[in-house]
Design a protein around this ligand. Sequence first.
Ligand SMILES: NC(=O)c1ccc[n+]([C@@H]2O[C@H](COP(=O)([O-])OP(=O)(O)OC[C@H]3O[C@@H](n4cnc5c(N)ncnc54)[C@H](O)[C@@H]3O)[C@@H](O)[C@H]2O)c1
Length: 432
Amino acid sequence: MEKKQVKEAKGKLGVLVVGVGGAVASTFVAGTLIVRKGLGIPVGSITQLATIRLGKREENRFPKIKDVVPLADLKDIVFGGWDIFEDDVYAAARHAEVLTVEDLDKVKDELSAIKPMKAVFDQNFVKRLHGTWVKSAPTKWDLVRQVREDIRQFKEKNHCERLICIWCGSTEVFTPLGEVHKTLPALEKAMQENSAEIAPSMIYAYACLAEKVPYINGAPNLTVDMPAIWDFSAQQQVPILGKDFKTGQTMLKTVLSPMIKTRMLGLSGWFSTNILGNRDGEVLDDPGSFKTKEESKLSVIHNILQPDLYPELYGDVYHKVRINYYPPRKDNKEGWDNIDIFGWLGYPMQLKVDFLCRDSILAAPLCLDLVLFTDLAQRAGMSGIQTWLSFYFKSPMHDFEHIAEHDLFIQYVKLKNTLRAIIGEETIDFLD
Ligand SMILES: NC(=O)c1ccc[n+]([C@@H]2O[C@H](COP(=O)([O-])OP(=O)(O)OC[C@H]3O[C@@H](n4cnc5c(N)ncnc54)[C@H](O)[C@@H]3O)[C@@H](O)[C@H]2O)c1
């Protein structure tokens, strides 16, 4: 396999986090700083812990990914970002109450030094939050200019060689794909005309691509999932990826559904409910934001089970997803699944899953991996939608010619084979 020309990971990598004061973002930033000081283990991170098989099985080569793939070193990362609240990241992380004060104090100085830049915010898109640290401008196009200026200044001030932007901001209200999102001229015109179909996340994304900064979308927002931005990312030769981190209940769905299907068991219903008490839960309590999340969570089962091919097994599945805001649980989400399956001759059975998880603890390592792999993709000249990173998303982006792949293990094979191809190793089909 011919090795890809990958530019060296030289110099500082700036990581710009939208929503840098949020639970996921502050847990990601604090955790990365703790890990790089050698004071914690990056549990859940493929880039930091996983190995990769290279060559034939009998060669017995299983190096760590980070030892053979030219990823940026954690010590070269500089964090920055935007939020609608002025708190520095230490104060924000204390407020989020995900990590203990004892852990946060290990990197207190570094976290306190990260002060968010003023955000692009429009309450029509996140009804439950009232931002106080927000830019103002006559048009959305002017806001693009301001964000571009933020990016340039951050890069210069921190002496960064490269930048990556990751959205860890709130889930915006559901925005259907409209005419303004279909071509780049239409999108630009809509920004100049202050169209209501332009969400704040689109302003950040457009500004990033204009500055040739790759954009990762951790929420289910439309943002970069539109033909106008697909074209722009190709034109600017920048990677884009999303949507919606796959962390808890949906990750389980993308493991259990392939199991049911592989054994040709039937499915009649899947009821998923959650209780969640953090700010994300509060935002998702608004029906508009919940609809965006619901769309993202619902697509999974249908895609994996292919009811058109198996009408007798999956032609009549009742799938329901609920998220309930329940403050006492804070970030410690509990997700229940009741799965009604059937076996030989149609006899019914049930599966029950109760996942007592920690939302941001699951999401933080994904942020780190996505940032490092996206930087790799940029240095390897891979622009446009990064389908090889579908592994990390509930609702993996794809263009109109392709369908998404949701099965976690197929996604993992694709991720690892792409890494093998990047470093010039044979891809593996497991036939040896
Ligand atoms: N396991 C997970 O935690 C998980 C999984 C999948 C997706 N997500 C998504 O990740 C996002 C972050 O989750 P969270 O739990 O950290 O939520 P959070 O509410 O704690 O954090 C969101 C942050 O974004 C900020 N914000 C909102 N709008 C903004 C804007 N326009 N510009 C800049 N900042 C803005 C908020 O002030 C807040 O600090 C949410 O969209 C959530 O749905 C989380």
